[in-house]
Ligand binder design. Structure first.
Ligand code: HEC
Length: 110
């Protein structure tokens, strides 16, 4: 199974679990807060678009390990498109870049 398939299955599983719990009549798991939601979205975007070259945890692979100080540096890097990294300008919405940053920044604090 590819990593993309596993990610889709994991997301589907969590969604079904969540819906199931809702249906049984109790928010046993509280609504995710904004930070958790962004992290999850960032994880999904990073897995699909960046992990192949930078590693799942941005530890570096074909591309370097990512050591970014802030979201602006991420935005700049996405627009520059250092060869062989694709030019991602316009590929992500503002909200998606913020989510990507939430994920990368959380890794940084590991
Ligand atoms: C095809 C492989 C590839 C993909 C996909 C890719 N990158 Fe890169 N990325 C690279 C390479 C290689 C470099 C280094 C280029 C150089 O230094 O000349 C790089 C550089 C960077 C840098 C600058 C790092 C630094 O220290 O200056 C950032 C930030 C970055 N990538 C983020 C991302 C993000 C976020 C994604 C997903 C949206 C992504 N990259 C997808 C290959 C990739």
């Amino acid at each position: 199974m590819t990593r993309a398939t596993l990610t889709v299955l994991a997301v589907a599983f969590v969604a079904l679990l969540y819906l199931g719990i809702k249906w049984w009549g109790g928010p046993i798991i509280p609504e995710p807060d904004e930070a958790t939601r962004q992290y999850a979205q960032g994880f999904a975007l990073f897995s699909q678009n960046c992990a192949e070259c930078h590693g799942t945890k941005a530890e570096g692979a074909l591309g370097p390990a990512l050591h970014l100080a802030n979201e602006d540096q991420l935005r700049t890097a996405l627009m520059v498109g250092f060869y062989p990294m694709p030019d991602f300008s316009g590929a992500f919405s503002d909200e998606e870049i913020t989510a990507l940053w939430a994920y990368i920044n959380a890794l940084r604090e590991d």
